[in-house]
Design a protein around this ligand. Structure first.
Ligand code: SAH
Ligand code: SF4
Ligand code: F3S
Length: 474
């Protein structure tokens, strides 16, 4: 059996260790592809499109770079350390290239787009540089490499959504899957490299999205996460029907695929999330009660410098709105950046008080990392010393730990509907899954299996996990 694995960085997403992924029948004689992904869920989702394109070209997948004909790194450029990780990995491949000179090494994704052909000069081991909108060109680029040249395509498209490509599900538990609903980003948050690496925002045809969700349900999947940098600005003009499909409409259509198909989505932008979306979440039990709503800062002056186009009050009103419509129990998580340009101690404390007000269930927290070419890099001084950024970040993390624990404690004694994703990491006697609010729940196995919905009474918790017992039928 040949498998394809995706290694994950212990970056923001922290997905599981590599697992067996797919049965590759008849792999003998085929060329082999090894792919590793870094960064956000969209990148992981893109790797599934890449695997599909390469399968058409006759590539089977492998979990070992040593036996691969083609090694691909799908990279992230969001912070400097994300790029350093990739550079270290490329250095590690120098030995492999010496032993097996015929191995082609390609860099895909956001770092490829940011550095373009420069990457070929800086990292001699690289044969091929391919940006996020150029994956259909991979077979041609490979042919070019086979003739002894280096190949680059970093063209950004205004239309490409890969709508017609059926992703090869990688690293899959067979229960949960991602569906990209849009690409690119038209916001210009001053710190962010994504508009430069992913290009203009474009939405994918809703029919292809609903068809993909339906196909996944039929294959046994029980949860889909709709992905976009800013899902609330999803927009599709249905010319035949003379209507415009907004995110709330799309969410509703996907929710109607089947009541047993859970629907999640990410990321929501505080400036754009609408009451329509919140009401749709409320109307459908299978749309999960969980919102990832990046704040970035709790101070209005800093938010303005970040060009987030909302202020502290606006953000807090959105939180109030979420809780008014969906109740206190709705899970809410954040992204926060510590030590952005010129942030004072007092402004940092505004971030802490914003956290105190919301009491987020979970958060992704980062020290500001200046990215070349972004508006902030051009116009603002990265003037907060590293140790101050670290200290502020640690204060944010400590507070989040406390809030996560408190929010989890509120779940104790209640019954939660859990979708089982697999064995618990600690013990084969236990299963793990997530509840509606996206919290991980661990409980004794009994006769339950992956893909089952189980009612679990929560008995204890940590800041990261709820622990409980299945409520067995009498
Ligand atoms: N589209 C999403 C975020 C995508 S990037 C949104 O609008 O919220 C994921 C997170 O990385 C961001 O929310 C931000 O918190 C963080 N991030 C982005 N650029 C960064 C930088 N230059 N330094 C530190 N963190 C950054
Ligand atoms: Fe970056 Fe802002 Fe776009 Fe998110 S909304 S991807 S933070 S520019
Ligand atoms: Fe990274 Fe690109 Fe995603 S920069 S966070 S992989 S969009």
């Amino acid at each position: 059996m040949k498998t394809l694995e995706i290694l994950t960085p212990e970056d923001k997403e922290g997905i599981d260790l590599p697992r067996l992924l797919e049965d590759e029948q008849n792999a003998a004689g085929k060329k082999k592809l090894y792919i590793e992904s870094y960064g956000c869920q969209m990148n992981f989702s893109d790797s599934e499109i890449v695997a599909s394109i390469m399968r058409e070209k006759g590539y089977a997948t492998t979990s070992s770079p040593e036996e691969a004909d083609l090694v691909l790194l799908n990279t992230c450029a969001i912070r400097d350390n994300a790029e350093q990780k990739v550079r270290n990995r490329l250095s590690a491949f120098t030995g492999l290239k010496r032993r097996r000179p015929d191995t082609t090494i390609g860099v895909l994704g956001c770092m490829a787009e940011r550095l373009k052909a420069k990457l070929l000069e800086e990292e001699k081991v690289v044969d091929m540089v391919v940006g996020p909108d150029a994956y259909r060109d991979l077979p041609r680029l490979l042919d070019e490499v086979e003739t002894g040249q280096k190949a680059v395509n970093v063209f950004l498209s205004k239309e490409e959504t890969y709508a017609d490509i059926a992703p090869v599900r990688l690293n899959s538990n067979g229960v949960t899957a991602f569906i990209s609903i849009m690409r690119g980003c038209d916001n210009m948050c001053s710190f962010c490299v994504v508009p430069f690496t992913r290009g203009r925002e474009r939405s994918r045809d809703p029919h292809s999205i609903v068809a993909e969700a339906r196909g996944l349900f039929e294959q046994g999947y029980r949860e889909v996460t709709l992905l976009g940098q800013n899902v609330d600005s999803y927009k599709w003009e249905d010319e035949a029907a003379g209507t415009t499909v907004h995110f709330a409409n799309l969410l509703e259509e996907v929710a109607q695929v089947h009541p047993d198909l859970r629907v999640r989505f990410s990321t929501s932008h505080p400036k754009d999330i609408t009451d329509d979306v919140l009401h749709t979440m409320k109307r459908y039990d299978n749309v999960c009660n969980y919102i990832h709503l990046p704040a970035q800062s709790g101070n209005s002056r800093v938010l303005k410098l970040m060009n987030r186009t909302y202020d502290r009050e606006w953000y807090l009103q959105k939180i109030d709105r979420i809780r008014a419509i969906l109740g206190e129990e709705c899970g809410i998580s954040h992204d926060l950046i510590a030590g952005f340009c010129s942030e004072t101690e007092e402004e940092h404390r505004d971030t802490l008080t914003l956290m105190d007000y919301v009491r987020f269930d979970y958060g992704y927290m980062f020290a500001y990392s200046e990215r070349p070419g972004t508006p902030a890099a051009k116009k603002l001084a990265d003037d907060i010393p590293e140790e101050v950024k670290k200290r502020r970040l640690n204060e944010i993390i400590a507070l989040q730990q406390q809030h996560s624990l408190e929010r989890n404690q509120q779940a104790i004694g209640k019954i939660h509907r859990v979708l089982v994703e697999g064995e618990s990491k600690r013990s084969a006697e236990q299963l793990q899954g997530r509840n509606d609010q996206n919290k991980v729940v661990v409980f004794d196995r009994h006769l339950f299996r992956k893909g089952d919905y189980v009612n679990v009474r929560v008995t204890s918790c940590t800041a990261a996990t709820l622990i409980g017992e299945a409520v067995l039928p009498a």
